[in-house]
Structures are given as structure tokens and as C-alpha cells.
Design a protein around this ligand. Structure first.
Ligand code: GLP
Length: 261
């Protein structure tokens, strides 16, 4: 696990976008795993800019999103399909049939989840998975106590997540109780994982994920078992890490050829 402490969220997101750009240039048929929430929005803004100014080409890229609310229509502004269209897909040249987002209105949920897994395999697996983190350490919508080998399925949101995500819904609207999410096992098969966390509200979850014991209580702690994970944190999100000085030292003394420029 590579832990990089960046000056602010903007530079962390610019770093993640450069990783994605390098991947697409090296592999035009790259398969991206994408995340929603406020955290990755600047990554998507960077990618749109790279598409518009540097002709970064998404025409052969395939994407798989982590999750979606169960029962929410794709036209609902809080649905993740809507979010992705607004924040990325409508502004780059990716063909619609290469975009995959779990379907919260699927008639047969378990068949749909199995098909989602099969589609990831058919695409050759995920090259780079972008992740945010929930206040209780969730990745995707894999809440505490999720099986660490789980696959795409329905999950029940914990009250804190529903509270955190209330801001995306109108005041008179209920945040759904249920979601579809890639499993932790699904996420762990991505060849590279990039976890982004910014702000003090993420500090506890980050410390427990990166330095605490590996436990289903903190789903992101499983990333300690992944071979190629980069964690980008601002000072506030990194503030509860015991070994913060060591992570800085490692990054500063990295071989030049290992750097993402
Ligand atoms: C949601 C998403 C997660 C995301 C998390 C954090 O619950 N399902 O994928 O990481 O929110 O969101 P934010 O980035 O807005 O803090």
C-alpha cells in the first residue's frame, strides 16, 4: 500500500486523474472502476479537461461503477447513474454501451448482480478502481460486517451512511435503505486501486483502515491485503495516522522512475 499525503484535495484528485490518463494512453481499452460521492468529482473534472484540451480518448474505455440505490429511477438526481452522466459521461467520448452501473430497478436483482460480475470478467477485469471511503470505513456500499470476499449484491445502509448521503436528496425525501454494490471481493480483484480521502471527517476511518487490524468492522481495512493500492490523503484525513512521518519519508525518498508525473 502506498500512502501519499498531498497538500489538498485538488492535488490528490489531479494525481489520481494523471494515473487514469497514463493508463488510458498505455492501454486505450482500459477498464475503469468508478466511484460516486463528493470526493472524486475533481478527478472527473480533471479527466474532462484532459479530454477537451489534450484529446484524451475514452472511445475504447469500459467503465463499471461501484454501486447504486435500489429502487431509484435513473432520472432521479440522487441516482448514481444521473450523477455519473452529469459529472463525467456526458462530457467525454465514451460510448453508452461501454458504461456499466448497477441497475437499481432490475427486475431480477440476483440475476442482475451475477450478470454484473460476469460483465466485469468479460471485459477482462478492472484495471484501475477509484474508491472513496465512508465515515465507518465502507468502500462502495459495503457497510461494516460485509463479508470480505463478497460479490455484487444488495446491502442495507447503516443509519450514518443514510445521514451522510441525505444532502443529495430533497429535504422531504427518504434516503433509500437498500443499495446494490460491487462486493469487497469484486473490488479486490481490480489490478490497481486508488483510494481518495479528504477532510477530518475521514480521519478515523482512514487510521482504522490503514493501521488498524484487518476486520469486517472496517471494510476498507481489506485494502491492506491488496498488492497495488495507492491512498491519497490530505493532511486532515491523514491526521490520525500514527506513522504519518514514515509515510512522508517513504514518498519523499521514492525512486524517481516510480513517480507519477
Ligand atoms: C457513498 C458511496 C461511496 C463513497 C462514499 C463517500 O456512500 N457509495 O462510494 O465513497 O459515499 O462519499 P463522499 O465522497 O461524498 O464522502
Amino acid at each position: 500500500m502506498e500512502i501519499i499525503i498531498v497538500p489538498d484535495a485538488q492535488s490528490g484528485c489531479a494525481y489520481a486523474a494523471r494515473m487514469i490518463e497514463k493508463l488510458i494512453v498505455r492501454k486505450p481499452k482500459a477498464v475503469l472502476g468508478l466511484a460516486t460521492g463528493s470526493t472524486p468529482i475533481p478527478v472527473y473534472q480533471n479527466l474532462i479537461e484532459k479530454h477537451q484540451k489534450n484529446n484524451l480518448d475514452f472511445s475504447q474505455v469500459t467503465t463499471f461503477n461501484l454501486d447504486e440505490y435500489l429502487g431509484l429511477d435513473p432520472s432521479h438526481p440522487a441516482s448514481y447513474r444521473y450523477f455519473m452522466r452529469e459529472n463525467l459521461f456526458s462530457k467525454i467520448n465514451i460510448p453508452e454501451n461501454q458504461i456499466h452501473i448497477p441497475d437499481g430497478l432490475a427486475h431480477d436483482i440476483s440475476a442482475h448482480c451475477a450478470e454484473y460480475e460476469a460483465d466485469i470478467l468479460k471485459a477482462g477485469g478492472i484495471d484501475l478502481q477509484l474508491l472513496g471511503i465512508g465515515g465507518e470505513g465502507h468502500i462502495g456500499f459495503n457497510e461494516p460486517s460485509s463479508s470480505l470476499t463478497s460479490r455484487t449484491r444488495v446491502k442495507t445502509l447503516i443509519p450514518r451512511t443514510r445521514e451522510d448521503n441525505k444532502r443529495f436528496f430533497k429535504p422531504n425525501e427518504e434516503v433509500p435503505h437498500h443499495v446494490l454494490t460491487m462486493g469487497i471481493g469484486t473490488i479486490m480483484e481490480a489490478r490497481t486501486i486508488v483510494l481518495l480521502a479528504f477532510g477530518a471527517a475521514k480521519a478515523e476511518a482512514i487510521a482504522r483502515s490503514l493501521e488498524g487490524p484487518l476486520t469486517a468492522r472496517i471494510p476498507a481495512s481489506i485494502l491492506q491485503m491488496h498488492q497495488n493500492t495507492v491512498v491519497l490523503l490530505d493532511e486532515a484525513a491523514a491526521s490520525k495516522l500514527e506513522m504519518i512521518d514514515y509515510y512522508r519519508y517513504v514518498y519523499e525518498n521514492k525512486c524517481d522512475w516510480q513517480r507519477v508525473k
